[in-house]
Ligand binder design. Structure first.
Ligand SMILES: [Zn+2]
Length: 422
């Protein structure tokens, strides 16, 4: 099949280019302009729109196997395509947990059959995500795991974490950590501060994150393992990452759209759509995260797309599970805050969603260069739309962004040369 995307503003974060152009696609790959006769080829008019490599999301919960009511690999990757993504890293806190090479292969193959986006499984760091015995990282990597994490829980035993990082370093894959000291977290449900006290809800102190981030950095220094801090939320943890990276420690971090635009003061009433882990932190933390994304000391945006059924989220703020959706609002929420506000160029913003995440996975940087698979997002960035969760492709509806007016959204997503979304 031959396809030409015409009339758009073409951004290639790998090449660092931004300007008018065309993207030519044949047999699922980008090809040089003029590779086939223009007559008879299918065209997509991208006038007034951005044409970019589709995005990569380092942090997505697909819930399969184990919780099909909340999401499946097919529905989650369909939501990813609608959101402008070409690849998502699936978190291993499925039921059973992803500590078995057969399950890694199952996720990859199920996504391939659905055809909407690539799934890069993250495999468990420890058996059963229990934190006491390192999983068979070699076998999991051989099956196709792209990274290791026990996301949702932190490996609290330093010796186990050290051994996991030592083995991951030998394989060459990164370790990602959900950094949260369980002892300090206790039974908290939101950021510990004035707002949690006003609402009478148990808090999670920011220090619970800082302590583990500092521990992980020490272990990365010792083992040489590449370390990626998931959904970083507090400014002290952020400073620790910034200092370590400046000293040459191989550490990166991601910020979620919700931590970038919301803080604990936005929780006016105990609405479980605002309950996630780590929690929305203070206004000062939020500002520090935004500054770090803008200045590049944080190289990745990632959604932490965490679907939950309406029943589960209806249990109230104390008892509802942590997490909110992200895939179908990520472009709009982050574009408005970072680019429409004038703080970042479109190309720099795109890097946080493409080359930054790909570097963590050691995948080739997303690009529009001839030869690469044609994974393209055509973005409408001069529009106005209102977030309507009932229109989501995800099986779940849990978002704090319902009713928000946003100004950017994918118009067309192409995966391996095929139009797959929105
Ligand atoms: Zn997490």
């Amino acid at each position: 099949m031959h396809l030409i995307v015409t009339g758009g503003r073409v951004l290639d974060p790998a090449a660092g280019t931004d300007g008018p152009g065309e993207v030519w696609i044949a047999d699922g790959r980008i090809v040089p302009a003029g590779s086939f006769p223009r007559d008879g080829a299918e065209t997509i008019d991208a006038s007034g729109r951005l044409v970019a490599p589709a995005l990569v999301d380092l942090h997505v919960h697909l819930r399969e196997p184990g919780n099909d009511a909340a999401e499946t690999i097919a529905s989650g990757t369909r939501a990813a395509a609608a959101g402008g993504f070409q690849a998502v890293v699936a978190m291993p806190n499925t039921t059973p947990p992803l500590d078995d090479p057969a399950l890694v292969r199952f996720q990859i193959e199920t996504a391939r059959a659905a055809g909407f986006a690539d799934v890069v499984p993250s495999a468990c760091l420890t058996r059963g995500r229990k934190g006491d015995e390192v999983a068979d990282l070699d076998a999991l990597a051989a099956a196709g795991a792209g990274v290791f994490t026990d996301d949702g829980s932190t490996v609290m035993d330093d010796a186990v974490m050290r051994e996991a990082m030592r083995r991951a370093a030998a394989i060459g894959l990164a370790v990602m950590d959900h950094a949260q000291d369980h002892d300090a977290e206790r039974r908290g449900v939101m950021h510990e501060g004035g707002r949690s006290r006003a609402l009478g809800l148990p808090g999670i102190p920011a220090g619970a994150e800082t302590r583990i981030v500092e521990r992980d950095i020490r272990l990365a220094r010792e083992t040489g393992c590449r370390l990626h801090i998931q959904h970083i939320s507090g400014r002290d943890a952020l400073e620790a990452v910034r200092r370590a990276a400046a000293e040459g420690v191989p550490v990166t971090a991601e910020v979620t759209p919700h931590h970038l635009v919301l803080c604990d003061d936005d929780i006016r009433e105990p609405d479980p759509s605002y309950k996630m882990n780590p929690p929305l932190r203070s206004a000062a933390d939020r500002r520090a995260l935004e500054d770090a994304i803008v200045d590049g000391s944080i190289t990745c945006l990632a959604t932490d797309h965490a679907p939950h059924t309406a029943e589960a989220k209806a249990r109230g703020f104390l008892h509802a599970p942590f997490g909110i959706l992200g895939l179908e609002t990520a472009v709009g929420v982050t574009w408005d805050r970072l680019v429409r506000s004038g703080r970042m160029t479109p190309l720099e913003w795109l890097r946080r969603w493409t080359t930054g995440p790909a570097a963590v996975l050691r995948r080739p940087p997303p690009s529009l260069a001839p030869g690469v698979p044609a994974n393209v997002a055509i973005l409408d960035v001069d529009t106005e739309w209102t977030v309507d969760p009932s229109a989501f492709f995800s099986r779940s509806r849990n978002t704090p962004f319902a009713g928000w007016t946003l100004h950017a959204r994918p118009a067309v997503t192409i995966h391996n040369g095929r139009v797959v979304g929105p």
